[in-house]
Design a protein around this ligand. Structure first.
Ligand SMILES: [Fe+2]
Ligand SMILES: [Fe+2]
Length: 410
């Protein structure tokens, strides 16, 4: 059984399922492990981690610790007040446009990173143009860009991360009705938020083992490096520098570089921080698996008690939805499928059914709007639960392509 326990209650012989130390954009990853010495407990305390998740079937139990409520039941209450606008364009209609934007975005950001490294980054014009195209796409259909940025391979994290964080920021701006002008500034800030990492050695950034104190400090310096690099860019608004410098500040003052608290942290930095952590913990990396979306949302929810602005975390959960497009699900009657659209009820999306519950063979796919039926989702998450074992199969299950390469059916 997975249980949440206080770090101060940990003891030798306990198996830690989740060290709960991914709040800094995924740069403090430790593999699940059996505690064999007090050393690891002292390290967790020095990192100010207060709680971890243990697996009582793989190690000792700790009396009196709580079994966390199921992730979905925690999130369901928040979703009751969700208000999502219907998309202006279908997912199938927007995907080809979003695909072109994503491909262009990768080239534009690679070029910007290269220019930054050479000290030649002086024009933010192409980044503003890119942010504007992303904003227009998200206003037409909020799922298309997010879906494509999530379908990356594990070695593509660095390329996609800033584009994915910026897409999440724009989604939140759209959901929270932030003005177009401010949304663009925040999106550009998010695209540039980690540009200082171009100065940090790659072997430290991608180190598969625990970082030394000095290596950790080196990574933390990327926030200041970002501001130095951006200072050469003409005409950037203050929001962009602020996001670059403060996207690792935490609501309780435990972040860096300035240890800002609560209202001292700007809206843009708070928003980018949540989107940054969510993208990092749900992404597969060369040294760690990606967390399921629902688990990632639960982490964000729990962070609302300490690290993040609580109201903003609730808006984020409503905005992303418990079952984003592309989530594999099994219904209570055994039928299996993939979420292809959201509804106003966060727990009841539209599902494309691919397999009958009684028969393991695929059937002719059809869609069910769960908000209009009594069917409920029983299991979710790993695509393997419905027999999808590769990204290619997931793409194929979501849409089919015509001979000309246009998406024709969902
Ligand atoms: Fe960062
Ligand atoms: Fe980041």
């Amino acid at each position: 059984m997975i249980k949440k326990v206080k770090v101060e209650d940990l003891k030798i012989g306990v198996f830690v399922h989740d060290f709960n130390c991914d709040w800094n954009g995924g740069i403090l990853y430790i593999e699940q492990n059996l505690i064999k010495s007090k050393n690891i407990i002292d390290i967790l305390k020095s990192w100010r981690i207060k709680e971890v998740y243990i697996d009582t079937e793989r190690g000792l139990d700790i009396e009196g610790s709580k079994t966390p409520r199921k992730a979905r039941s925690k999130l369901a209450g928040i979703g009751q007040t969700r208000n999502v606008a219907r998309p202006k364009v279908s997912l199938a209609g927007e995907l080809p446009v979003a695909r072109t934007i994503t491909q262009d975005a990768i080239k534009i950001m690679q070029q910007a990173n290269q220019q930054a490294m050479e000290g030649k980054l002086s024009d933010a014009g192409p980044i503003y143009d890119l942010a504007d195209r992303m904003k227009v796409s998200i206003n037409r259909n909020r799922d298309a860009l997010l879906l494509l940025t999530r379908m990356r391979k594990k070695d593509e994290y660095t390329l996609y991360h800033s584009i994915s964080v910026s897409s999440l920021v724009l989604n939140m701006c759209f959901y929270c009705q932030v003005s177009d002008h401010q949304a663009l500034d925040l999106a550009v800030g998010a695209l540039f938020h980690d540009i200082g990492k171009t100065i940090v050695p790659q072997d430290i950034l991608n180190k598969p083992r625990k970082l030394t104190e000095e290596e950790y400090r080196e990574i933390q310096r990327h926030a200041e490096h970002s501001v130095d690099l951006l200072s050469k860019v003409k005409g950037l608004p203050l929001e962009c520098y602020d996001i670059a410098l403060h996207h690792h500040e935490k609501y309780d003052g435990t972040g860096y570089p300035d240890g800002l608290k609560n209202g001292q942290i700007s809206y843009g930095a708070q928003l980018t921080c949540i989107c940054d952590v969510f993208d990092a913990i749900t992404s597969e990396r060369c040294y760690k698996p990606g967390m399921e979306t629902v688990m990632g949302l639960r982490k964000i929810y729990e962070g609302g008690e300490t690290f993040f602005n609580k109201e903003l975390t609730h808006d984020f959960i409503r905005c992303v939805g418990v079952y984003p497009v592309g989530t594999s699900v099994v219904l209570a009657d055994g039928r299996k499928g993939v979420v292809v659209d959201s509804t106003e009820d966060m727990m009841r999306p539209i599902v494309k059914i691919l397999y009958d519950g009684n028969n393991k063979e695929p059937i002719i796919p059809f869609k069910i709007d769960l908000s209009k039926t009594d069917d409920v989702i029983a299991t979710y998450g790993d695509p393997k639960i419905i027999g999808i074992t590769s990204r290619k199969m997931l793409k194929k299950s979501l849409f089919t392509l015509s001979k000309r390469g246009h998406t024709k059916e969902l």
